[in-house]
Design a protein around this ligand. Structure first.
Ligand code: URA
Length: 245
């Protein structure tokens, strides 16, 4: 990988955010080849140099996990002939080989898109039988019958092709005069949330994913911005929740 700044190497391992890493380095908690280094800007080679953070050797060759606040107009793919992809718009310091989005958001959906190079992890969070929830905020073109909708989502919406969806949760949200709902689903079928509301007679006009498992989209990330997840955040994605639907 060549030489890179010490703070970048450590943050890229997903251990902590770049600013937390800078603090660790400043506090003298990072050793390289046995010597304390307090200057984040010094460059090292993560493959050759021996980096120890707070007494623990930095894991080498680890996978990366990125939270992107996806804007509208980009597609959830690695390459596309026509449109910009979620991987194209990542800043250079986050880019790696083999990155792909773990799950698809529609081109016009915004919010939490998880990008990784870890195929097993992606499979784990996407497999419907693993029940990792995805939470969305949906704005609708018209009001629905909430009680009827809640029951239909809980019972499992039946799509036009006969597919029965897994149980989902529906909650009303305050948003002025725009009918707005929070939806929690456990799978990721094509246009799933839009189809679920269509089955209640309403069209989704805006859709945002705000949470995967127990990990919420970082409110400080503006649309189009991305950052590595820390290990603590990563485990929130797969931790078991009490109120799973
Ligand atoms: N459901 C949808 O309809 N679209 C998305 O992008 C995600 C879930």
């Amino acid at each position: 990988m060549g030489n890179e700044r010490l703070d970048k190497i450590i943050a890229s391992s997903g251990l902590s955010t770049r600013s937390e890493v800078k603090n660790l380095i400043k506090k003298g908690l990072v050793k390289v080849n046995g010597t304390v280094v307090t200057n984040s800007a010094i460059k090292f080679d993560c493959d050759k140099d021996d980096i120890v953070v707070d007494g623990k050797p930095l894991k080498k060759g680890k996978f990366v996990y990125i939270m992107l606040n996806k804007p509208k107009g980009v597609v959830s793919a690695t390459n596309d002939n026509r449109d910009l992809t979620v991987v194209d718009i990542l800043p250079d310091e986050l880019k790696r080989k083999n990155l792909f989005p773990a799950g698809r958001l529609d081109k016009d959906t915004v919010g939490f898109c998880l990008i990784t190079d870890d195929g097993d992890f992606a499979h784990n969070i996407l497999a419907p039988n693993h029940h990792v929830t995805k939470t969305y905020i949906a704005e609708l073109d018209k009001e629905i019958d909430f009680e009827k909708g809640k029951k239909a989502f809980f019972d499992g919406v039946v799509l036009n092709d006969g597919t029965v969806l897994l149980s989902a949760d529906l909650e009303k949200q305050e948003n002025g005069t725009i009918p707005t709902y929070k939806v929690v689903i456990k799978e990721g079928k094509y246009h799933q949330v839009k189809k679920m509301f269509l089955s209640l007679g309403a069209t989704v006009t805006e859709l945002k994913r705000i949470k995967i498992g127990n990990l919420s989209l970082d409110e400080n990330l503006k649309e189009g911005e991305a950052r590595f997840l820390t290990e603590a955040e990563l485990s929130k994605i797969t931790e078991k929740t009490q109120n799973i639907v």
